[in-house]
Design a protein around this ligand. Sequence first.
Ligand SMILES: Cc1ncc(COP(=O)(O)O)c(C=O)c1O
Length: 389
Amino acid sequence: MATHLSSVPSAPRAAGDGFATVDDMVAALRPAHPVFCLRPAVLESAARRFVEAFPGRVLYAVKCNPHPWVLSALHDGGVRDFDTASLPEIESVKGLFPGANAYFHHPVKSRDAIRRAYRDYGVRQFTIDHPAELEKLLDECGGGGIEVEVRFATPPGFATFDLSTKFGATPEHAVRLLRAVADKGLTPTLAFHVGSQCTSPEAYRIALLLAGQILDAAEVPIASLNVGGGFPAAYPNAAPPPLDTYFAEIAAGVRLLELPDDCGLLCEPGRALVADGCSLVVQVDLRKDQVLYVNDGIFGSLSETVHGKADFAVRRVRPGGGAASPNEIQFTVFGPTCDANDRLPFTWILPDDVREGDWIEVSQVGAYSNALATHFNGFYTDKFVTIGA
Ligand SMILES: Cc1ncc(COP(=O)(O)O)c(C=O)c1O
């Protein structure tokens, strides 16, 4: 497998990259390129709250935001385990925190990635959803002392985007896979993912009922049960219940399974840990009546407006520009590329005097933003600053 180390930023934190506020950053840098404004304290406390409240072990899903400052802030908040999906993610985690655990929880892996994860990075936890993947693990790890997580598909309809259209065994196949793992002398574990930005806690209860049926049929003891990610962010156009409701639902569902005391409980959130800890500052390149052309868009850091249907809050930043006009109007927003699809699915409500050169702060973009940005048309940003203490 080709590694893409360049896609995992590794630059050390540079002097001069910290600001008290976003307005201070804009006044100092007057950035002509989009800037990610990380709040390490917000990330750290989100991690701490999650780790303290979840009734099991919390793995951070690195794919959601792999920036090393993000990983460090979450580590400061108590996260010691990481859900990784590729060798570069494993390398990044192990490079930053040699003592941390990287779980290789992608159900489909190249043989090369399996071999190197096992041999070079000591990875011992792998996911499968098909017997052919089990054969690959047996071949490449020599069968030695690994935990094999069987992922099953969950019913659709509870999350903004469903992952079970791509991954997850049917219950019948999951039963067979669990038995096959045990027959090969490996340690079976069980997992599901209810889909990302899941606004219905009952999705976890339904998935846990399915897990119970699978375990009853398989009659194979598991070392742990992983309830995945999917925990939502409270975007302005989403009103999810508080995370405690999810944790209570999961705790109740797990109790019904009557798992043995030594069976671990895991989760692997991404979005809920990082969405609030980062905003993005973009600049207006052109205004045409009620249409703004800004320097980031759906091929860059704002693709989550499409995939995650996130209608981020925005505000105008104009250093030294005095009070904003009290009249607010809706603007259609285009990104910087030549593609007409580069148009945000939501309008932005901003003061009616917004003009070329103004900056706009887009909130809650910590999840699936920089991680998904393309270089299309040459537009790309990897400029990060920190805001706050
Ligand atoms: C296997 C796995 N775990 C965890 C996550 C994180 O999900 P979320 O950001 O919705 O919490 C994902 C997201 O795609 C995933 O594929």
